[in-house]
Write a protein of this length. Structure first.
Length: 251
């Protein structure tokens, strides 16, 4: 079934008591954060922007790092806030039906909306902290951005002098195996996998749909564009996330 949210909702969805949610950039666009791969996505309009989050370019080029810090500063200044899609998933948790919330996003908006930290698995890391690529020292991103605002275009680690980056997983970096394992377990142990605002093209997150379906779960895709998993999904919703998701998960 593809299109609008069905009325009434399928019995298998309303009866589901262990729902694992996978979110991508599309859930945060209503908060003013652009997606990456959509028709107006950051990388669609400017393919060079991908270099800002590619580890080899970042480590080798001070200009890339300078641009990256300016981008992070702009994001902080914009102060994005959770939207109706994020709040709908908080409601799902309050109903006691949320098994886990796996997110490809780094913006922290699920936690800001009220989702429990223990249920949120940030598969691509978080922009809330920065980490030294040499010694591993961590600090809040605000501390690094204050230095940028003070004139340091490319702030270095104050412990060892190494290169700092956000605590996000750049292209060319390995994911945290513990996080991946937790995400895989959540996909294998659910009644429904609800994929929201994700192209389902980036692995291993996209593979969670395979894990869930093989384990007998239903698959729901909520995304403006087609995904590789639409043909195997039990329900595909093309309506805007901010209006469709509260209806899909309403108690």
């Amino acid at each position: 079934m593809t299109g609008a949210v069905p009325e009434p909702l399928p019995d298998w969805l309303t009866a589901a008591r262990r729902i694992t949610v996978l979110t991508g950039a599309g859930i945060s666009t209503d908060s003013g954060i652009p997606d990456y791969r959509g028709p107006q996505g950051v990388w669609t309009r400017d393919p060079d922007a991908e270099k800002l989050v590619t580890l080899s370019y970042y480590l080798a080029d001070p200009e890339i790092r300078r641009r990256s810090w300016l981008l992070r500063q702009a994001m902080q200044d914009a102060d994005p806030q959770p939207n109706a899609g994020h709040r709908a998933l908080v409601d799902l948790e309050r109903q006691g039906r949320l098994r886990a919330l796996v997110t490809q996003n780094i913006d922290g908006l699920h936690q800001a909306a009220g989702s429990s930290t223990g249920l949120v698995h940030e598969i691509h890391g978080t922009v809330a902290q920065v980490v030294c690529t040499d010694c591993g020292d961590r600090m809040p991103i605000r501390a690094a951005l204050d230095r940028v605002a003070g004139g340091e275009e490319d702030p270095a680690c104050r412990v060892c002098g190494g290169i700092l980056k956000t605590a996000t997983v750049y292209f060319g970096e390995l994911l945290d195996e513990r996080v991946v394992a937790a995400c895989t377990a959540a996909a294998a142990d659910c009644d429904v996998l609800l994929a929201v605002g994700t192209s389902l093209q980036v692995w291993p997150a996209a593979g969670l749909a395979d894990v869930a379906v093989r384990s007998g779960a239903r698959l729901v895709v909520v995304n403006a564009e087609e995904t590789p998993y639409d043909d195997v999904a039990d329900l595909v919703v093309r309506e805007p996330i901010g209006t469709s998701l509260p209806r899909l998960v309403g108690g």
